[in-house]
Design a protein around this ligand. Structure first.
Ligand code: FRU
Length: 563
């Protein structure tokens, strides 16, 4: 054998040995380390969803280069998730795992299936493996998703960031994932945008396009403000000079703090009359409003919320926007709408989006109909699967295009998908309308509607139904699973029934009654059916009910019964 070939063979043997030598060292009742040699772009972590959470650190040259929490497989592997090994600064590394729950004996720890199943690879397969994956709604290519974050539009591209756990299909390790679209229908996932740091994981927030370089990061820089979720919640900035593809964190973080535990989800916009940036942020069960000239130094302007609307949960993910009234005596007039997501406390249990109509002068939000708003809660969507709704910044033609997370904190972690968990709603255009006068009923007469964005028109994605009075509509599939929609004109109620819609047993909170008040007689319904959702719009958005469903096959029959 010539020397060259002998050398190659020998190296191969050494390589194989290194791979085989992947043996864990158990250090005590909850601590295991394992030496590894880099052989691929990704370390594939084997996950078992029912296993306990453990804390994983990757160490290279005695330095921590990555840390995350994951449910490493104990008995069986449900799926694998990739950890990008480009963070390593060498080829040898150590994986250090803390099973802080201390559920295993020292003997068991060394035998968990994760050690032998931990592989490396140069690629990670994200091809859809699940029947519930929607066709025209955004989902992460893998892993868990909650709130939409930092959305903005620029140069023909809609940018959507989102709360993402890329290391498991359940809530953990919050990062901002990123996706883009040119038509709001097809979304391209771009991977990680903003990742955790020493200040904490990355909770929800917003982005603005800094056209005049007010912050000094550059003209047209995209500036994100997000909540750094560490021991306490503080607000941090990151900027992007490549239209939102990559972000650099600001050295002066955090830029805004408070002495309360729930202080998060900053939402920024430019207010032309005072020439200042406005920031609205949730603070326990109220919203705080701040202003700034440069996005870095913020002064508090006012607070809103105590005594108004529902307080059955924490107020989260605010938005504030000026909208036109489309009908009635105030047609054409503009008012401000304060969007306030709340969890729990929604009309059908769990999380939902309430709103307040009022005025804003750059300092204070003043609700209209003061007495009514104190005693009544109004909801943007009465379905159980519409949460964390916020709008895109810098949308064209002064649009306030909104998107919501299509799930509910009551069961979001239990819905029957694995490769990914949760989708976003279709995008919607909010508007104000006056409701029919209701005799003897104390009721605000200006309401928020949400119309499907114009991008969905003419694509054959919706079913349109003319409504002449009370009626019942049933969506069915060949397996006989059904989703009911009921309009009761006498009582002015639109309701849905998903108790026989498909898989429902994963949570007792899933198939409960869902009822929406109708403020103007219905003349039409628009229904968007995807593989795992039904979005119902009465009068093109004057009343909305969004629901997840998990049928054996997509509903392909509709029956309509007039009553
Ligand atoms: C709302 C929320 C936000 C928070 C994020 C964390 O669903 O609780 O308030 O920023 O989720 O993932």
């Amino acid at each position: 054998m010539n020397r060259g070939i002998r050398y190659v063979l020998l190296s191969l043997v050494v390589c194989l040995c290194t791979a085989n030598a992947q043996e864990p060292s158990v250090l005590g009742d909850h601590h295991v380390i394992m030496h590894m040699v880099k052989s691929g772009k990704f370390l594939l972590l084997p996950i078992e969803e029912q296993a306990q959470e453990c804390h994983i650190r990757l160490l290279c040259k005695n330095k921590e280069v990555k840390n995350l929490n994951a449910r490493l497989a104990v008995k069986k592997v449900d799926y694998v998730v990739p950890v990008d090994l480009s963070v390593l600064d060498g080829s040898e590394f150590l994986i250090d795992v803390d099973f802080w729950n201390k559920n295993y004996s020292v003997d068991e720890l060394g035998k968990l299936s994760c050690w032998s199943e931990m592989k490396q690879a140069n690629s990670f397969n994200t091809v859809n493996r699940e029947k519930y994956r929607p066709e025209f709604h955004h989902t992460p290519s893998y892993g868990w998703m909650n709130d939409p974050n930092g959305m903005f539009y620029k140069d023909g591209v809609w940018h959507l960031y989102f709360q993402w756990n890329p290391y498991g299909s359940y809530w953990e390790n919050m990062n901002w994932g990123h996706a883009t679209s040119t038509d709001l229908i097809k979304w391209e996932n771009k991977g990680l945008a903003i990742t955790p740091d020493a200040l904490g994981t990355i909770f929800s927030g917003s982005c603005v396009v800094d056209k005049d370089n007010t912050a000094g990061f550059g003209k047209n820089a995209i500036i994100a403000m997000y909540t750094s979720a560490g021991d306490n919640q503080t607000q941090s900035l990151a900027y992007s000079l490549d239209d939102g593809m990559t972000f650099t964190k600001y050295d002066g973080n955090p830029v805004l703090t408070a002495n309360i535990p729930d202080f998060r989800d900053p939402n920024m916009f430019w207010y032309e009359p005072t020439h200042r940036w406005i920031l609205i942020i949730s603070a326990g069960q109220e919203m705080r409003i701040y202003s700034s000239a440069d996005l870095k130094e913020w002064s508090e302007e006012s607070r809103f919320g105590l005594g108004y609307g529902s307080h059955d949960g924490v107020w989260e993910c605010p938005d504030l926007m000026k909208l036109k009234v489309e009908n009635g005596s105030r047609k054409g007039k503009e008012y401000w709408v304060l969007v306030c997501n709340i969890n729990p406390g929604g009309p059908a249990g769990g999380s939902a989006t309430q709103y307040f109509v009022g005025n804003f002068d750059g300092h204070i939000f003043t609700p209209l109909d003061d007495k009514i708003l104190k005693s009544e809660s109004l909801w943007q969507d009465y379905g159980k699967d519409h949460y964390a709704a916020v709008s895109f910044s810098n949308a064209p033609d002064n649009r306030h295009t909104m998107i919501a997370w299509m799930s509910n904190w009551q069961y979001a972690n239990n819905v029957p998908t694995m490769q990914y968990r949760a989708a976003n709603t279709i995008c919607r255009e909010p508007f104000l309308f006056e409701g029919d006068k209701v005799k003897g009923k104390k009721s605000s007469s200006l309401y928020l509607g949400s119309r499907p964005s114009p991008e969905y028109s003419g694509k054959g994605l919706d079913k349109k139904i003319a409504v002449k009075g009370s009626c019942e509509i049933i969506l069915k599939n060949i397996e006989g699973e059904k989703f009911g929609i009921n309009y009761d004109e006498k009582n002015m109620i639109l309701s849905i029934d998903r108790s026989k819609s498909g898989e429902v047993e994963f949570s007792e909170d899933f198939a409960v009654p869902v009822i929406a008040p109708v403020h103007k007689k219905l003349t039409s319904l628009r229904i968007f059916i995807d593989n795992s959702s039904v979005e119902v719009f009465g009068n093109d958005g004057e009343v909305c009910i969004t629901s997840q469903v998990f049928p054996k096959s997509k509903y392909n029959k509709i029956s309509i019964k007039e009553k």
